[in-house]
Design a protein around this ligand. Structure first.
Ligand code: AMP
Length: 397
């Protein structure tokens, strides 16, 4: 792979694929969380400092049937300019004459942001002609969009083929892969994976792959109740995926034959309805009354999970332990965040998988107390499922 550090950017126009899919306030149009822009800044600044110019490509939301104002990257120009520290130019299409003339006229130190690549269906279809048209914007291609690396889209994958000797991962992409590899290939033992969230079906593949490398797998959140059902427990009205019960039985059997300890929450905070002001109680997770549902792990589970986490040398966390968006059901997720932070302080390496787990760690003010918070939810999950990421593979080919 070509090295971003040693590549000569002098007088070159670098096409940089970033993930600027940031949340914005619907009323004011202001960026409400600029983490993803911040994450791409070191790559952008490096190229500018080395005498190059930057053409930024990104997707933004999921537009259907062409351009829509609510998905225009135009809205984030003030924020991007402020964060880069200079006025960023904009073209309201990512291909076409206006865009080409702006990219061709870029001088060293200048930055151009092109409109949402997903305004063209060819982007998600991975269209080669569209990718070739995008390639006309620059002399080299840098992919820094780890959050989109699991998608075989034109700007994340096909575009790389037009720069056989001038394609490379940016600094964020490199950091993401290095940190994921630390867990996937070089985990110090004991290695504990914490997996939560709503659905077993979303996490089956990662749990199966983790059986090969983890010593402990802590399972919490809504997905835990299908496991209890598989063990013939009474789970009331908790989330359950009937068609995954057999798979849960297989996972539990394989774990015990492989010597991997699966930890399920022995107790739960249960509620009489899915609501922030529901009536709540504590119950054994396999004895939940008929109309009640488990919405968080209980105090015994918190204590035993925390103990396992604190003894660990490597920790991977993907998915909350309960409905942490509601105060009444945040304690499990909050306690795990604090346990992971404490283990990290004592020398463990902790990787927080994007999405809800990253949001939770941020909510509890612990983002800087863990080793690394990934920016990629789906991409990280697929990496840990053992799948090749098309965006990364295209840079290696
Ligand atoms: P995921 O995207 O699969 O990681 O799921 C995250 C979502 O799972 C969050 O929005 C949580 O509110 C939800 N969740 C976690 N635990 C439960 C539970 N016990 N019952 C229902 N939803 C849950």
């Amino acid at each position: 792979m070509i090295s971003f550090h040693t590549y000569d950017f002098q007088n070159k126009r670098a096409i940089v694929r970033v993930d600027f899919n940031v949340p914005i306030d619907k009323n004011t149009g202001e960026v409400t969380d600029s983490k993803r822009i911040a994450a791409a800044l070191p790559t952008i600044q490096h190229i500018l400092n080395k005498g190059g110019s930057v053409v930024l490509l990104s997707h933004f939301g999921r537009p259907k049937n062409g351009p829509q104002d609510i998905f225009s990257l135009n809205q984030i120009i003030p924020k991007v300019s402020e964060m880069i520290g200079s006025t960023v130019q904009f073209s309201n299409d990512c291909i076409g004459e206006d865009a080409y003339s702006k990219s061709q006229n870029l001088r060293p130190g200048e930055v151009l942001l092109l409109e949402n690549v997903r305004f063209h269906d060819e982007e998600t279809n991975g269209d080669m002609v569209f990718a070739e048209n995008l390639s006309r914007h620059g002399d080299c291609y840098v992919n820094d969009a780890f959050g989109a690396a699991h998608r075989a889209h034109a700007s994340t994958t096909q575009l790389a083929t037009f720069f056989p000797n001038d394609k490379m991962p940016g600094l964020l992409m490199q950091a993401e892969i290095q940190n994921a590899r630390k867990v996937l290939m070089e985990a110090q033992k004991p290695f504990t994976a914490i997996v939560g969230g709503a659905k077993v079906s979303d996490k089956v593949l990662i749990v199966e792959n983790l059986l090969n490398i983890a010593d402990h797998i802590i399972i919490g959140g809504g997905m835990a109740y299908t496991f209890f059902k598989a063990k013939e427990g009474h789970i009331g009205a908790s989330l359950c995926e009937e068609d995954r019960i057999q798979k849960c039985i297989e996972i539990l059997d394989r774990a015990s034959s492989m010597g991997v300890q699966i930890h399920l929450p022995m107790d739960s905070i249960v509620a009489d309805q899915f609501a922030a002001d529901a009536q709540t109680d504590t119950s054994k997770s396999d004895e939940i009354p008929a109309t009640w549902m488990g919405l968080d792990i209980g105090p015994e589970a918190i204590a035993s999970f925390s103990e396992v986490i604190k003894q660990s040398k490597t920790i991977l966390w993907n998915g909350p332990m309960g409905v942490f968006e509601m105060k009444a059901f945040e304690q499990g997720t909050k306690s795990m965040a604090f346990a992971v932070a404490e283990a990290t302080k004592n020398g463990a390496f902790s990787l927080i998988g994007g999405g809800d787990s990253a949001a939770a760690v941020q909510l509890f003010g612990l983002s800087s107390e863990v080793s690394y918070v990934s920016t990629g939810g789906g991409a990280l999950l697929e990496y840990f499922e053992g799948k090749a990421l098309p965006g990364l593979a295209a840079l290696e080919a």
